[in-house]
Ligand binder design. Structure first.
Ligand SMILES: [Fe+2]
Length: 223
């Protein structure tokens, strides 16, 4: 507050000047410290070419995993029908597991000296998973779409796992096999069983007739 006599209050001036150092410095810009596509090699006893190859492969898997993760959330929100509750929960569980994969893959890219893709626009340009419509779809269509996305990831993960094995990149190989492939395979099972058409209450067919057993004559029958 300014003094009533119009004189400047020196003490308040000191206070204002003293706050300068704790003011946030906003709107800063600079050059990138590492352009995308360039490697910043770390001392992990792996050849630079191997790191570069693994980074490229992992960024493809990362873009596809982010897309699948987001597709799970879309379907979690938009699912409809009498299986709403169980699919709503299952889609969210799988979303969480895919989200953990995203973090594991992205951090391996960084420790290999690369730069992990992160933003939606970059992911959309990179992924090979077909884009779903914005609107709502029937649950069997949602599940089919998810299964197709899983298979795309599994196919590329197996190829890349073989390559990382040949290259001696054990960490990438382990991530692809133990995390990516195993998680995706398990999720495929949980999804695919929803597309098996079985009756809900009453079996729709009589059981096939069982062949009659030939009764062995007992030793006492002739007595
Ligand atoms: Fe939710």
């Amino acid at each position: 507050m300014s003094p009533k006599n119009g004189k400047r209050n020196d003490k308040s001036g000191d206070l204002e000047a003293g706050a300068d150092r704790s003011k946030p410095i906003l709107h800063q810009h600079s050059r990138e410290i590492q352009p995308y596509g360039k490697l910043a090699k770390l001392p992990i006893a792996l050849d630079e070419k191997v790191c570069a190859s693994s980074v490229e492969n992992l960024n493809q898997i990362l873009a596809d995993t982010i897309t699948l993760r987001d597709m799970y959330k879309k379907h979690h929100w938009q699912v409809a029908g009498h299986t709403f509750y169980q699919l709503h929960l299952l889609f969210d569980k799988h979303h969480g597991e895919q989200d953990e994969l995203v973090d594991t893959i992205a951090e391996r890219i960084q420790l290999l000296g690369g730069i992990s893709l992160a933003m939606a626009a970059d992911v959309a340009e990179t992924t090979i998973i077909p884009r779903p419509p914005r609107g709502r779809e029937e649950a069997p269509v949602q599940i089919s779409r998810l299964l197709e996305a899983h298979e795309i990831i599994l196919k590329e993960a197996r190829t890349m796992a073989g390559q990382s094995d040949e290259d001696g990149d054990d960490g990438t190989n382990d991530l692809l096999v133990s995390d990516v492939i195993r998680t995706n395979e398990l999720q495929v099972w949980f999804l695919a069983e929803h597309l098996v058409e079985v009756p809900l209450v009453r079996a729709d067919q009589e059981p096939a007739e069982q062949p009659r057993k030939v009764q062995a004559k007992s030793a006492t029958s002739s007595l």
